[in-house]
Design a protein around this ligand. Structure first.
Ligand code: EPU
Length: 416
């Protein structure tokens, strides 16, 4: 298994280009199954989950041709409602196959995703809302079997603004008969990006980016070309890298418009963030201070930036609190940060961080994607050598992270 070896203590400086968003790319790729003609999706990050999704599309019967950061997908008449368990099982986002397969074929079979390191992550809201459109589900050997006649528009009120649940509904309702109204829908920019992609294919979705989304069903969707939005969490992670290393970074292709809350929190800590025409400049300060954070659905503070802020707070002055309200078990990185000398106390869903620690390098183990990023960040600040193990998590969500960091001066290398 690969490891990252980091010699900390070097302020980063220079330009980093932000890649396309993983969490926007995956539902958009799966959404291409709704279109019988050719869809060309560009701006794709080179990530394992993107590769797995394209492989999945091929196994569902799509013809996919990849070229650079684009892929051409044709989901013609040979579409199949199921894919091999071993592949579907490796990626939680495969549950987003349900919407498009039910809409196109009236049948779908996907593996019921199990829990993962950050929480139990059920899909009850996906299934309940799809049932409102007329689908029914059975469980068969750990797989969900879905079937329906033509889906019919319905009024759905989510118990919680679930990102995946809202996406699955968009993917199903675009081809349903009549109008679907989603209340308490997720407002995340990646959900809006999916809606924009579907509209570019001829769907009639309005209200994306608000908690009330209307979808007027259409008979079929048409060919389109679409570029996925830049990755706001990758951008936020490099902002944290500038901060923790005492550096000065310029981020190209940075989606500032989707980072208001995150940028406000960085500024509250003392970072200088200047959004320009083509680059966003982020400068650290010797007077970084801990703050309090509560994770919330968008436009609140994102759970996907919680671990990175925790790393940054370990070296800032004073003490701060982080409350994680989205996932029930997303503090595993805290224990590893403590191996580097961080002082963190966890009580239920809240972490108390005492700052001003001098971190000292050590071997640490990544437990999930954002936890891995926080350990890399801590390694950039720590004295001596930090070895981050199990970085396959990182490879699922950050495009060439060690190359991008090395280009701006980090002493980091991958050991195979
Ligand atoms: N939930 C349920 N039932 C459901 C759906 C969700 O109880 O049917 C719970 C989840 O267990 C969780 C909460 O609701 O506690 C939020 O889940 P949500 O559905 O909003 O999240 P998701 O679609 O599973 C996406 C991202 C996550 C990101 C969350 C929150 C993708 C592929 N994943 O997950 O990204 O943390 O939204 O913003 O888009 C990451 O990139 O590291 C990552 C985990």
């Amino acid at each position: 298994m690969d490891e990252l070896i980091i010699q900390g203590g070097k302020p980063l400086s220079g330009k980093v280009r932000i890649s396309g968003s993983k969490n926007a790319a995956l539902p958009i790729l799966l959404g291409s199954m709704l279109v019988p003609g050719e869809v060309v999706i560009s701006g794709l990050p080179e990530l394992q989950d993107v590769g797995t999704t394209i492989e999945l599309l091929t196994l569902f019967g799509c013809s996919c041709r990849r070229e650079g950061d684009s892929v051409s997908i044709v989901a013609g008449s040979g579409l199949k409602p199921e894919a091999p368990y071993d592949l579907v099982r490796t990626m939680r986002a495969s549950v987003l196959c349900l919407g498009p397969l039910l809409a196109r074929l009236g049948r779908a079979r996907v593996a019921l995703p199990g829990g993962c390191a950050i929480g139990s992550r059920p899909i009850d809201m996906h299934l309940r809302s799809l049932e409102k459109l007329g689908a029914s589900f059975d469980l068969d050997s750990g797989d969900i079997l879905g079937h329906c006649e033509r889906l019919r528009g319905a009024h759905v009120v989510f118990d919680f603004p679930t990102v995946g649940g809202t996406e699955n509904m968009l993917l199903a309702a675009v081809l349903a008969e009549g109008e679907t109204i989603l209340e308490n829908a997720a407002r995340e920019p990646e959900v809006s990006d999916l809606a924009e992609f579907l509209n570019a294919c001829g769907a009639r979705i309005s209200g994306q980016g608000t908690s009330l989304i209307r979808i007027k069903g259409v008979e079929s969707l048409r060919n389109c070309r679409y570029t996925v939005m830049p990755d706001r969490i990758e951008a936020g992670t490099y902002m944290a890298a500038a901060g923790i290393s005492g550096g000065d970074l310029q981020l190209e292709n940075c989606p500032d418009w989707a980072l208001d809350t995150v940028i406000a929190k960085f500024r509250e800590m003392g970072l200088e963030v200047e959004a320009g025409e083509s680059v966003t400049r982020v400068r650290s300060s010797p007077d970084l201070a801990c703050i309090d954070i509560v994770t919330q659905p968008y436009p609140g503070f994102p759970t996907d930036m919680q671990a990175q802020f925790m790393a940054l707070m370990c070296v800032a002055s004073g003490s701060g609190m982080i409350q994680e309200t989205i996932f029930e078990n997303r503090f595993l990185h805290a224990l590893e940060l403590m191996r580097l000398g961080a002082q963190i106390k966890i009580s239920g869903d809240t972490a108390l961080i005492r700052g001003e620690r001098r971190l000292i390098g050590a071997p640490v183990q990544a437990s999930d994607l954002r936890a891995s990023a926080s350990l890399v960040l801590a390694g950039l600040a720590a004295r001596g050598t930090t070895t981050v193990r199990r970085i396959y998590h990182l490879d699922r969500g950050y495009e060439r992270m060690e190359d991008k960091l090395a280009q701006v001066g980090a002493r980091i290398r991958r050991k195979k």
